[in-house]
Ligand binder design. Structure first.
Ligand SMILES: Nc1ncnc2c1ncn2[C@@H]1O[C@H](COP(=O)(O)OP(=O)(O)O)[C@@H](O)[C@H]1O
Ligand SMILES: [Mg+2]
Length: 298
């Protein structure tokens, strides 16, 4: 919080609601790639803030800059210009060692092609990022076991990646991404290599982690199912944010009640009850109220 206030001072303004806690804050971020004589402007001025415990999806055509954006969020790359604050920290002020350490501690990555180590079994893959932690070996194994249990893979702990299905491999990758208790979980097309039924199970898992553990979740996806679960969907085009649709569950419920089916059909209650409910939902939506546990600090 202290870092956050300092940051606001440096920019000469305070956010209207002092308690807003941004985990990700992009200020006019650009990214230019130089390839010989040609330059590619992958990002052309991104302003985006993500609150702790939020879930956002990034959608857009191929080549629009989605992966570039996610890589900068995950400290795998740095902006060409503009500022990126991760958990209140200006990443440009970090040297490469500190940047790597920050990435290791604050970011969990999930990729389309899993990126598991083929010669290690599931539990060893999950343990790997914990090898440099100060906790003892026994504790590491216990933790990895608990994580695999959490993602529904307890019975496959000693299987190697080539003995697991695509969905199971992605579950291992998710357990591994959680091993450092990351502040943010970043996923680049996590269902892109899975058939839709398996993809739906992975989406449910992300949804569960977000709601039960309060993980801040950023997912790049073409999958409308994932986007449907997100609090906001960020559409990007040609390196710019084209639009942001806000869709908290409350707002979606309001929409459903207003448009899709009548309140009476949905609930069997009368119109007076509907008005009361809409008021409550709209108020909650404005307050950004989330289900229990969704705002747990990490
Ligand atoms: N390492 C790189 N070097 C040069 N150009 C790149 C590099 N990475 C991405 N680009 C270019 O930047 C643009 C955005 O790419 P990317 O962020 O991967 O888009 P998306 O993930 O939306 O498909 C594309 O034109 C792509 O060719
Ligand atoms: Mg991409």
């Amino acid at each position: 919080m202290v870092a956050k206030e300092k940051k606001e001072e440096a920019h000469g303004h305070k956010h209207p609601t002092a308690q807003v806690d941004y985990v990700i804050d992009f200020r006019d971020v650009t990214k230019t790639y130089k390839l010989g004589v040609t330059t590619v402007e992958a990002l052309r001025g991104i302003n985006l803030s993500v609150e702790r415990g939020d879930s956002i999806s990034i959608m857009g055509p191929s080549g629009s800059g989605k992966s570039t954006l996610l890589h900068i969020m995950g400290c795998l790359d740095v902006p060409t210009s503009g500022k990126y604050y991760l958990d209140g920290l200006d990443v440009a002020t970090l040297g490469s060692d500190d940047l790597a350490r920050t990435r290791g501690k604050k970011i969990g990555f999930v990729f389309q092609f899993f990126h598991l180590i083929p010669s290690l079994n599931a539990i060893e893959n999950v343990i790997l990022p914990m090898m440099f932690d100060s906790i003892g070996e026994e504790e590491r194994w216990k933790k990895a076991e608990a994580l695999l249990d959490k993602v529904g893979l307890k019975s496959r702990m000693y299987h190697k990646p080539n003995e697991l299905s695509g969905g199971e491999r992605q579950r291992v990758a998710i357990a591994r991404a959680l091993s450092q208790n990351p502040t943010v979980l970043l996923a680049d097309e996590p269902t892109g290599n899975l058939d839709s039924a398996v993809g739906a199970e992975i989406i449910k898992l992300f949804h569960k982690l977000h709601h039960e553990e309060g993980i801040t979740l950023v997912t790049v996806t073409h999958d409308p199912q994932i986007a449907h679960y997100a609090d906001r969907v960020i559409f990007i085009k040609d390196g710019l944010i084209e639009k942001i649709t806000k869709g908290t569950e409350h707002e979606r419920m309001v929409e459903m009640l207003k448009k899709e089916i009548s309140f009476e059909q949905a609930t069997g209650l009368g119109a007076g009850e509907e008005e009361k409910l809409l008021k409550v939902l709209e108020k909650d939506g404005k307050n950004g109220k989330k289900p229990e546990g969704a705002k747990k600090k990490r």
